[in-house]
Design a protein around this ligand. Structure first.
Ligand SMILES: [Zn+2]
Length: 114
């Protein structure tokens, strides 16, 4: 699975809103952060601790991002093998706009962006 360093939505802003307001916040895409508090009690019902935290709920797009990243790399590799094999004719795949953009996106995600 991909490293969890992909940052393609404004979740950090959502976290900021949750911290400031202490309530659920939603990014524009549907990702949500909800604060929660939970009481922990012993067998006699006495309160031992109050736990709090933030639950993240990703929208379908951002939940799929790590998998999309892996599949995009796989698709690019497959395409380059096919295009560069010569079986489909001769052209320089590295000059194609689609290849340039996909390589730039992968480099951005990997933190290799110049
Ligand atoms: Zn999202």
């Amino acid at each position: 699975m991909a490293e969890q360093k992909i940052s393609i939505c404004n979740l950090s802003e959502v976290f900021g809103m949750v911290e400031e307001q202490g309530q659920a916040a939603s990014s524009g895409c549907g990702c949500k952060a909800d604060t929660f508090t939970k009481e922990r009690r012993d067998e006699g019902g006495r309160l031992i601790a109050i736990e709090s935290g933030t639950d993240l709920h990703f929208c379908p797009l951002h939940a799929a991002a790590p998998e999309m990243y892996e599949v995009l790399k796989m698709l690019l590799k497959h395409y380059l093998q096919l295009a560069d094999s010569g079986d489909c004719g001769l052209w320089d795949s590295s000059e194609e706009q689609e290849v340039i953009e996909v390589k730039a996106l992968i480099a951005k995600i990997d933190g290799r962006e110049s």
